[in-house]
Design a protein around this ligand. Structure first.
Ligand code: MG
Length: 383
């Protein structure tokens, strides 16, 4: 039996993971759950799935959880270390990291140090500390399996292929809600408009990232580290239907792609059952009904965040971490009405120009840089 740990179980990926486990049946068990918010939802999950261990980020939340679960048999704990303990749990077979933002990095490193298979939805882990994540996995026998739909697609296309024969990767992007919107109206974009994604139902942070195309920028960086390819071999193409989840072009001119209607349960199940594939009826991808698949060039003038991500890779180690953290602060400020939508790339650029990152050989240096970036951005926003 495969025992699954889900970090971030109440978010969109966490809930989809539980649906996948319902489909997979008794060969898979929920061993542990952790969540930062939506404690009633978490309590409901604990009642339904009876995990052995449950963790929340702080003791106040733990008190609320205990009140919801007066006779739970699960071991309940709190604190950041509690989340890391779940990630390292000796019985865990797969650790699903679906935490949001830079907060997921410690858990990724902890799980890899314990030699776990990490089904990684927290792309910020790889963006902030790509080399450290890869080296930690290699040193301790851990594995990262991408849950991001694009990287899952690439992973599937590369099975049985020689990495030396890759010409380039093409990551697809839906283009988000503002694909056709005039740039001169971006200053007036409201959080409600940015949170309305045309194809995917996701959490607020990633939905805003999709509207600025920063999500694709982060995914370019993620692909760079996951598949060990230079930025010039990673392209982005706008594909409004979100049916082709990404492509690999090989040196002989052949392209391979993975297709399905957009549904995160497919990449999640792929990561949980890898290297096997198990039956599922999540969506029926009817190509005749879909009819047309379109592709177009991304408009870097209207969506500077994508170019900033390439720039971070070109400037070198540490810059992707600064980009990711500055973006996190910018998105939070935008959602709270403290920063205009068109100023999100401005804040990130300011942080990238001001930072002086050194080498990122350990978790501490990444966390220090993260802390510097947070403080820099908050100070700039308060001016
Ligand atoms: Mg994605």
């Amino acid at each position: 039996m495969k025992k699954i740990v889900i970090l971030g179980s109440t978010g969109s990926i966490g809930r989809s993971t539980l649906e996948v486990l319902r489909n997979l049946g008794p060969d898979y068990a929920v061993h542990a759950l952790a969540a930062r918010s939506q404690i009633e939802t978490l309590a409901g999950q604990v009642r339904e799935w009876a995990p052995r261990r449950v963790a929340v980020p702080d003791c106040e939340t733990l008190t609320r959880l205990r009140r919801e679960l007066p006779d739970a048999s699960a071991e309940l704990s709190c604190g950041e270390e509690a989340l890391e303990r779940l990630a390292r749990d000796p019985e865990a077979g797969v650790v699903v990291n679906a935490l949001v933002g830079g907060a997921g990095l410690r858990a990724t490193i902890a799980a890899l140090e314990a030699g776990k298979v990490v089904a990684l939805a927290n792309k910020e882990s790889i963006v902030m500390a790509g080399r450290l994540v890869a080296e930690t996995a290699a040193r301790h026998g851990g594995t990262v399996l991408p849950v991001d739909s694009e990287h899952s697609a690439v992973h599937q296309c590369l099975r049985g292929e020689d990495p030396a024969r890759i010409g380039c990767l093409l990551l697809t992007a839906s283009g988000g809600p503002f694909l056709r919107r005039e740039a001169d109206s971006f200053a007036r974009v409201t959080p409600e408009e940015a949170l309305r994604h045309p194809n995917w139902l996701m959490g607020p942070k990633i939905t805003v990232d999709s509207a600025t195309l920063m999500n694709k920028g982060l995914e370019v960086i993620e692909a760079h580290y996951l598949f060990d390819l230079p930025p010039e071999k990673i392209g982005v193409v706008i594909h409004p239907q979100s049916v082709v989840h990404s492509l690999v072009e090989f040196v002989d001119g052949s392209l391979k792609a993975q297709l399905s209607l957009p549904d995160m349960r497919i990449p999640i199940q792929y990561a949980l059952t890898y290297p096997d594939r198990l039956p599922a009826r999540f969506v029926a991808t009817d190509l005749v009904r879909i009819g047309a698949l379109e592709f177009e060039e991304p408009d870097l003038g209207r969506f500077p965040c994508l170019e900033l991500a390439y720039e971070a890779l070109r400037r070198g180690e540490g810059y992707p971490a600064v980009l990711s953290t500055a973006n996190e602060i910018a998105v939070e400020a935008f959602l709270q009405g403290d920063l205009a939508f068109d100023r999100i790339p401005w804040l990130i650029e300011q942080a990238m120009d001001a930072c002086r990152p050194g080498t990122m050989n350990d978790l501490e240096s990444v966390l220090l840089l993260d802390d510097w970036t947070r403080k820099f951005c908050v100070r700039l926003l308060q001016r």
